[in-house]
Design a protein around this ligand. Structure first.
Ligand SMILES: Nc1ncnc2c1ncn2[C@@H]1O[C@H](COP(=O)(O)OP(=O)(O)OP(=O)(O)O)[C@@H](O)[C@H]1O
Ligand SMILES: [Mg+2]
Length: 333
């Protein structure tokens, strides 16, 4: 197949906030996906998405499929930018469509859909002004997050709060810095899990990945904060979570967690691939925090490939599975 890989490149830019490019992809990830596709016999051109380059590229080049990992550039619907253009140009692409990408990027809206589907998700409230009354039913500790970010942008240990004053301080910081609503939700103090779903012929729930932060205590970090993600593996900083795949769960909990992730994937309308972040409470209830339709695909660092390897796949098999799933859909259209 002739494939275009669409992506947004991670850059260093001292004039931007430290987390500005965190969602974007590294040269290593791009190179690995290109190599994987080539190993499987495809011809690939990688395109760092910049307007209006994308239009002129597709004007001049016919491709069979776009392998899309672009996070987009602007605003709350940014992950939908490239799929929307491809829909308009009638070019098939891998992964979820415009609607699901926009929905999943809005955590509060996604949670309302999960609620409607009886999928457990932490109790929450959205703050858009910074002086709202806190819903009396919410119990501290609470975590405050930007409503429409990924890669744990804007999430540090200070975002877990125990009183109204600290809560409003973080809410206002988020409104100020990220120019978007703040999502306040109950902090679920339990096992951190993430579940990969891969559709290739049949829908496959990959072995669950458990991320254990107990040996990060010296770093002061104790959950998947931005620092934890950005500096993952840094021994000097003590940011060395341990990964268990499959997760250390009893059979019943494992089945329940997989079922909840699959229901979430379907409720949000994801296609080909997704990664659902879950926390277990002390009664083993799996609370869905969010779903990522564009999970990171760094072959060494990202959670999704770890789960694919545990399922016995090589990196190139994972990339090919995403492509084949999208190709099957194309042939049905
Ligand atoms: N309600 C919660 N209870 C406990 N921990 C939470 C909660 N919400 C978020 N966290 C912690 O913060 C991390 C990041 O939160 P979340 O997954 O919502 O953000 P994100 O920026 O969308 O992440 P990603 O990098 O997966 O895109 C979680 O993986 C978890 O460790
Ligand atoms: Mg997450």
């Amino acid at each position: 197949m002739k494939i275009a890989l669409t992506y947004n490149l991670k850059r260093k830019d001292d004039t931007k906030p430290a987390d500005y490019f965190s969602e974007c992809d590294s040269e290593e990830t791009i190179g690995s996906i290109v190599a994987a596709l080539e190993t499987k016999g495809h011809s690939v051109e990688a395109i760092n998405v910049e307007y209006p380059k994308l239009f002129s590229y597709f004007n001049k080049n016919n491709v069979d499929m776009v392998f899309n990992i672009a996070e987009g550039a602007h605003g709350k619907f940014r992950e939908s930018e490239v799929p929307a253009i491809l829909d308009y140009l009638n070019i098939p692409y891998t992964g979820s469509g415009t609607f699901s990408l926009a929905l999943a990027l809005n955590k509060a809206l996604t949670k309302k859909i999960l609620r409607a589907e009886n999928i457990p998700t932490p109790d929450f409230q959205v703050f858009s002004k910074g002086n709202e009354e806190l819903d009396a039913s919410l119990r501290f500790p609470l975590i405050v997050k930007p409503n429409c970010e990924g890669s744990a942008k804007g999430i540090s240990k200070a975002n877990v709060v125990n009183n109204r004053e600290d809560l409003l301080k973080i809410v206002r910081e988020i409104l100020d810095i990220y120019h978007q609503e703040a999502l306040v939700e109950e902090f679920i103090d339990g096992k951190e899990l993430t579940v990969g779903i891969l559709e290739n012929g049949k829908t496959r729930v990959l072995p669950i990945l458990e991320i254990d932060f107990s040996n990060c205590n010296n770093s002061g970090e104790y959950f998947y904060s931005w620092r934890m993600k950005e500096y993952q593996g840094d021994r000097e900083l003590g940011l060395t979570p341990s990964f268990h795949c499959p997760a250390r769960l009893d059979r019943e909990t494992e089945e329940l967690v997989k079922e909840v992730a699959l229901k979430t994937h379907r409720a949000v309308g994801c296609l080909d691939i997704s990664r659902t972040d879950i926390r277990l409470d002390k009664n083993n209830v799996p609370y869905v925090l969010e779903i990522n339709p564009l999970p990171g695909l760094d072959p060494k660092e990202s959670n999704f490939p770890i789960m694919a390897y545990a399922a016995g796949m090589k990196y190139e098999d994972l990339i090919e599975a995403i492509l084949l799933s999208a190709s099957e859909r194309k042939s049905l259209n």
